[in-house]
Write a protein that binds this ligand. Structure first.
Ligand SMILES: Cc1cc2nc3c(=O)[nH]c(=O)nc-3n(C[C@H](O)[C@H](O)[C@H](O)COP(=O)(O)OP(=O)(O)OC[C@H]3O[C@@H](n4cnc5c(N)ncnc54)[C@H](O)[C@@H]3O)c2cc1C
Length: 323
């Protein structure tokens, strides 16, 4: 229950910084994850700071060098349908389109999507796991169907963001601002660094630090792009395994998997180089996909993810090596 949590709606960056510097302050956007976390008894913020009314926070802007800046409060539905995003950064548009339901995409923002917590059922149900004050991950000996096949620490949950996978492949950066006004930029690929070993959070956000925007480089625009997502059911669902696959305009390949590790996981660059080298036959594609999954360490119930990831990779490699 949200009993004594207060709500503020800053209209300037200075007011947002001051509000987020207060003890127990929590950033709020669409509230589609922040509010359930309170309801589930996992989070107990003293104040929600609604960041959706800050200047520029809901803007999608083409940068002078051809890159794209997406404000943290841009809604996922707007990204999925935006003409320039669809034409130049299709993988991002497709990843946003694949998120949940239309209602969720209309409420959910890009910043909130990147900042959402893990969906692990042990964590969400208050089991005393590594992320809930315990020492170990309950999934290791338990129900681990939806967990990681590439382990990187104690917690075996995977981050649920679809857009993060596409943004990592597009080499986007998250623009952050701390409560003292210090700005920094973190590649999306590093935004979840240490997630499996951090008992309190999945991102590198410092206390009170907020996502201001996400910037996509011009070099990632165009080429051939796709985001593919395998789900347990066809309607709305989180990814079991997903893949952002991109052949950039300069011919380089980027392959980033979702649903397999604590954050988006880039395939070994040497494999990307082999795909970029030219039209691959089926045998080569099979061998490369197998090589990409060589270090996977599935648990008792999620070995199927190795097959799913290899299958997505085979399809994408075949297509991209001919694009
Ligand atoms: C039924 C259901 C299905 C879903 N399916 C999918 C799916 O298929 N794919 C997928 O990717 N996601 C899925 N989600 C998750 C959903 O996309 C997220 O809940 C949503 O994107 C969060 O955005 P929001 O604006 O509502 O964020 P909020 O709920 O307001 O915030 C989420 C978190 O981010 C933090 N935050 C918000 N804005 C900022 C900021 N600017 N700076 C720093 N921190 C910030 C908040 O403090 C909070 O911790 C699903 C959720 C539900 C409930």
């Amino acid at each position: 229950m949200i009993h004594d949590t207060t709500y503020s709606r800053p209209l300037t960056d200075a007011d947002a910084r001051a509000a987020l510097a207060q003890p127990g302050a929590r950033a709020l956007a669409g509230g589609t994850d922040a509010l359930p976390l309170v309801k589930e008894g996992i989070d107990h913020p003293q104040q929600f700071v609604d960041l959706r009314y800050l200047p520029g926070s809901d803007a999608i802007t083409v940068l002078p060098d051809g890159g794209l800046r997406v404000g943290a409060a841009v809604r996922l539905s707007d990204l999925a349908t935006h003409t320039d995003v669809r034409e130049r950064f299709l993988a991002l548009a497709e990843s946003c389109e694949s998120v949940g339901t239309p209602a969720l995409r209309n409420m959910g923002t890009l910043g909130g999507n990147l900042g959402q917590r893990i969906r692990c059922w042990y964590f969400r149900r208050g089991v005393e796991c590594f992320k809930n004050g315990g020492d170990s991950c309950a999934a290791v000996e338990g129900e681990n169907q939806y967990h990681a096949i590439f382990s990187d620490g104690t917690c075996q949950a995977v981050h649920p963001s679809d857009p993060a996978v596409a943004l990592a492949a597009l080499e986007a950066e998250v623009v952050l601002e701390g409560t003292d006004g210090t700005a920094r930029r973190v590649p999306v690929a590093s935004f979840y660094a240490g997630a499996a070993s951090n008992p309190h959070a999945e991102t590198v956000l410092a206390s009170g630090e907020r996502i201001v925007a996400v910037e996509l480089p011009a070099a990632s625009a165009g080429g051939t792009q796709q985001y593919r997502k395998l789900m347990q059911r066809g309607a709305w669902d989180f990814a079991l395994v997903s893949l952002a696959a991109i052949k950039r305009a300069d011919g380089d390949i980027r392959l980033v998997l979702g649903g397999v590790a604590a954050g988006p996981m880039r395939v070994n660059p040497s494999i990307e180089e082999d795909v970029a080298s030219g039209a691959l036959d089926e045998e080569s594609v099979m061998a490369l996909a197998e090589r990409a999954m060589y270090d996977a360490t599935p648990m008792t119930h999620n070995g199927y993810k190795v097959q799913q990831a290899a299958s997505l990779l085979r399809d994408a490699m075949f297509t991209l090596s001919r694009a």
